[in-house]
Design a protein around this ligand. Structure first.
Ligand code: NDP
Length: 481
C-alpha cells in the first residue's frame, strides 16, 4: 500500500489528524493507496510555510525563478514514464493519453511559465503634453490557493501553480482527492529540483475539508479554481464578499457544429475523438453534435459505427483508446444521466450500458461510448453537463436554427465548427457563445492564448499573460517632470 503524504514547508509529511482516505484504482475498483485526509490544521501549517517563503521568493531575480522552474520541468520529463503510469492508474485513462498529452503538457506548462518569468513586462504610457509617464508596477499577491479537478490532474494543477510561482507568489495547492498520485510525485520532483521550502505546498484531502480550509483562510490572497459549476458558485459565494481575486474555470456542454460543406472524414473522425477522448471527461469535449440536415443521416450512421469500435479496455495497455471512468460515484452519475435520457425518449443509437471487463478489471468503472438522438433543447440530457462518454446528435436546418440550439444552454466554454466556407466559419465563430472556438480542428491551443469560458463556464481567463496578470496586483504610478 502506498501512503501519499502532504508537501508542506519542503517536507513530505503525514496529515495532522493521522487520518487517511482510500484511493481507488478505477480500472479495477480496488484501493491501491491512501491519501491524507487533511483539514484546517494542515492548511494552517501550509499557510505558515508559504508565508515564511514569500518574502524571499517574491524578491528573487526572475532568472532564479526561471532556473528553478526549468529544473522542475526537467524533473517531470526525466520521470515521464513513472508520471504517465501514475496518471493512468489514478484516473483510468489510457496510458497512451497520459504519455502523449498529460505529462508532456505538464512539462510544457512549467517551461512556458518559467520563460514567462523572464520575459514578462509591465506597461508604461508617455503623456507628452504634460510631460509625464505612467507606469504599472506588477507585484505578486502573496500566498495563493490553487484547486484543481481529477480529469487532467497534473496538467491542470501545473497550469495554475506554474504562473503563480513564476510571478513570485507562494502557493497552497489541493489536487482532487480522487487523483492525488501525480501531485505526490511532483512534490518529490520539487524537492529534487531545489525549490525553496514553502514556495509550493500541496495539501491532499477532500474539497469540503481541505479545499474549503484554503478558500476560507483569512490570509489567502487569491483562489484559482478549476472544477464543476456548482462548486465554483459555492467558492465565489465565499470569496466575493472578501473581494478576493478569484479565477473560476468551470463546466461545459460544448457544441460540435458540422456543416454539409465540411471535410467529411476529418469532421467525422475528429468529432468522435472530441466526444470520447478521456472517456468524455475533458471540459472541452464536444458532447452535443449538431449536423446540417442534408448530411445528418449519413453522418449519424458513420459516427455511430466509429463509436461502436471504441471498446473500453485495460487503461495500462498501449493499444487501449477508451479506459474507465474516474470513480464509482462518477460512473453511477453518468449511468443516471443515461437513464434520464431514456425517460426523455432519447433514442440510444449505441452504448447506454456499463461495460463489463473480466479478471482483475471486473470491478472497474467502464462504460460503453453512448450516442443519443431525438432530444429537444429543453431536455436535461442536452442542458446538463454529463462529463462522460455520452454524446447527443441533432440535425439543424439553418445557421439561425443552429445558433439557437448551440447557444441555448447555460454553458459557454468551447465550440468546434466544421465548414469550408471561410465567411461562415468566422460568422458562426463570432456568434457562438464560447470562450474558445475551433474551426476545422479540436483541442489545438497555443499556451499564449487566453483560456476560459463564457456564461456559467467560468469567470476570468487563464493561460499566457492572462495568468501572469491574474497572479499580480497592478499599481499605477504617474510621474510628472
Ligand atoms: P469539483 O468541482 O467536484 O472539484 C474540483 C476541485 O474542487 C477538487 O479538488 C475538489 O476536491 C475541490 N472542491 C470540492 N468542493 C470544494 C469546496 N467546498 N471548497 C474548495 N474546494 C472544493 O469538480 P470535479 O473534480 O468533479 O471536476 C469535474 C468538473 O471540472 C467538470 O464540471 C468539468 O467541466 C470541470 N472542468 C473544467 C475545466 C475548465 O478549464 N473549464 C477543466 C477541467 C474540468 P475533491 O475532488 O477532493 O472533492
Amino acid at each position: 500500500m502506498i501512503y501519499i503524504e502532504n508537501y508542506i514547508g519542503g517536507k513530505l509529511s503525514p496529515p495532522a489528524s493521522s487520518n487517511y482516505l482510500d484511493n481507488y484504482e478505477p480500472a479495477t475498483g480496488k484501493v491501491y493507496s491512501q491519501i491524507p485526509d487533511s483539514g484546517d490544521a494542515d492548511v494552517s501549517q501550509a499557510m505558515a510555510a508559504a508565508a515564511r517563503a514569500y518574502p524571499s521568493w517574491s524578491e528573487q531575480s526572475h532568472a532564479h525563478r526561471h532556473d528553478v522552474m526549468m529544473r522542475i520541468a526537467d524533473g517531470i520529463a526525466a520521470r515521464h514514464e513513472e508520471f504517465s503510469q501514475a496518471e493512468s492508474r489514478d484516473t483510468g485513462k489510457p496510458i497512451s493519453l497520459a504519455r502523449h498529452i498529460d505529462i508532456p503538457r505538464a512539462v510544457a506548462n512549467f517551461k512556458f511559465f518559467a520563460t514567462a518569468a523572464i520575459h514578462y513586462a509591465s506597461e508604461s504610457h508617455y503623456m507628452p503634453e504634460q510631460p509625464a509617464i505612467n507606469y504599472t508596477l506588477r507585484r505578486p499577491l502573496g500566498v495563493v490557493g490553487c484547486i484543481s479537478p481529477w480529469n487532467l490532474p497534473l496538467y491542470l494543477l501545473t497550469w495554475k501553480i506554474a504562473p503563480a510561482m513564476a510571478t513570485g507568489n507562494t502557493v497552497i495547492a489541493k489536487p482532487s482527492e480522487v487523483t492525488p498520485m501525480t501531485a505526490y510525485l511532483l512534490a518529490q520532483v520539487c524537492q529534487e529540483a531545489g525549490l525553496p521550502d514553502g514556495v509550493l505546498n500541496i495539501v491532499h484531502g477532500t474539497g469540503p475539508r481541505a479545499g474549503e480550509a484554503i478558500v476560507t483562510h483569512p490570509d489567502i490572497k487569491a483562489i484559482s479554481f478549476t472544477g464543476g459549476t456548482a462548486t465554483g458558485a459555492h467558492i465565489a459565494s465565499i470569496t466575493a464578499p472578501r473581494f478576493l481575486k478569484t479565477s473560476l474555470e468551470l463546466g461545459g456542454k460544448n457544441p460540435t457544429i458540422v456543416f454539409s460543406d465540411c471535410d467529411y472524414e476529418d469532421a467525422l473522425s475528429t468529432s468522435v475523438r472530441a466526444a470520447f477522448a478521456n472517456q468524455g471527461q475533458i471540459c472541452l469535449c464536444g458532447s452535443r453534435v449538431y449536423v446540417e440536415r442534408s448530411i445528418y443521416n449519413q453522418f449519424r450512421d458513420d459516427f455511430v459505427a466509429k463509436a461502436r469500435k471504441l471498446i473500453p479496455a485495460d487503461p495500462s495497455l498501449d493499444s487501449t483508446r477508451i479506459g474507465s471512468l474516474v470513480s464509482a460515484q462518477h460512473h453511477a452519475k453518468v449511468l443516471q444521466h443515461i437513464a434520464v435520457a431514456r425517460e426523455e425518449d432519447g433514442k440510444i443509437l449505441c452504448g447506454g450500458d456499463e461495460a463489463k471487463l473480466s479478471g482483475d478489471l471486473a470491478g472497474g468503472y467502464y462504460l460503453q461510448p453512448t450516442v443519443i438522438e431525438d432530444l429537444g433543447l429543453d431536455c436535461r440530457t442536452i442542458q446538463e453537463e454529463i462529463f462522460g462518454p455520452v454524446v447527443t446528435l441533432t440535425p439543424f436546418d439553418s445557421e439561425e436554427d443552429l445558433l439557437a440550439q448551440a447557444n441555448g444552454v447555460r454553458y459557454g466554454l468551447s465550440a468546434s465548427i466544421w465548414t469550408s466556407d471561410l465567411k461562415r466559419a468566422h460568422r458562426v465563430a463570432a456568434a457562438v457563445d464560447a470562450g474558445i472556438v475551433w474551426i476545422n480542428c479540436w483541442l489545438l491551443r497555443d499556451l499564449r492564448t487566453p483560456f476560459g469560458g463564457m456564461k456559467d463556464s467560468g469567470m476570468g481567463r487563464e493561460g499566457g499573460w492572462e495568468a501572469m496578470r491574474f497572479f499580480t496586483e497592478p499599481k499605477n504610478v504617474c510621474i510628472k517632470y
